[in-house]
Design a protein around this ligand. Structure first.
Ligand code: FES
Length: 226
């Protein structure tokens, strides 16, 4: 029989001595407009009604409704949060909690094309970091920022389960596989020039961020309203 092993858990805090309480999490804030003009609210409400009707419980429509308001503003705004809450009989805190949990919902203005460079393990080994550095240099912006012409928002993304095709770049969540620094710079230049681009998988060409958000809401594509 082996000897018992004791683990030193250090002394418990003395009773009656105040303990350090961590500062509360900063209040979640969304930038952008606070409300919608009547005509926009009316149009969004009509779209929302069709989405909500697909679900047995209205609150189940929150994710597509967040995409709907993101298609309007290019990000989640206070107006979008309030709109979703009112449509679904939720609190704005409940809507905010969901909108900040998923990285597809953005809290800052987004360019026409959201270019995400995977820098997770396999893509990093295969050159993802070099691609991100090349795009930062070429566009003159850091990850999380938007080019001055409003066309490209650059971000680094985590693994997109496309490791077989590393390193991958995503444009509005469409895959562009086996990229290099040179090909990714050509990719963003084609996007800026309005060249229709076909992703590595799927059909059709890449559409704008707002159009993509509308498709993710389950609605037909329309012209961008900027
Ligand atoms: S590590 Fe980039 S897709 Fe998996």
């Amino acid at each position: 029989m082996t000897d018992p092993v004791f683990v030193d858990l250090t002394a418990p805090p003395a009773e009656g001595v105040p303990v350090d309480i961590p500062a509360p999490h900063p209040t979640i804030r969304f930038d952008g407009r606070a409300d919608y003009p009547d005509d926009v609210a009316e149009r969004l409400s009509a779209d929302a009604a069709g989405i909500i009707a697909r679900y047995p419980r209205s609150r189940s429509a929150l994710l597509p409704l967040l995409h709907l308001v993101q298609s309007e503003d290019g990000q989640i705004t206070p107006a979008g949060v309030t709109f979703c809450a009112e449509q679904l009989y939720l609190t704005t805190a409940e809507v905010s909690a969901v909108a900040t949990f998923y990285s597809m919902y953005r809290r800052s203005p987004t360019g026409e094309y959201l270019v995400g460079v995977c820098t997770n393990t396999l893509c990093a080994i295969m050159g993802g970091d070099e691609i991100l550095a090349a795009l930062r240099d070429h566009l003159g912006i850091d990850a999380g920022e938007t080019s001055a012409d409003g066309r490209i928002t650059l971000e680094h993304v985590e693994c997109n389960a496309a490791c077989d095709f590393a390193p991958v770049v995503m444009v509005n969540w469409e895959f562009f596989d086996n990229q290099t620094p040179t090909s990714s710079v050509e990719l963003v230049e084609d996007l800026r020039a309005g060249v229709p681009l076909t992703p590595a998988r799927g059909t059709g060409t890449v559409c704008t961020f707002r159009q993509t958000a509308r498709l993710l809401a389950g609605l037909p594509e329309t012209e961008d309203r900027v």
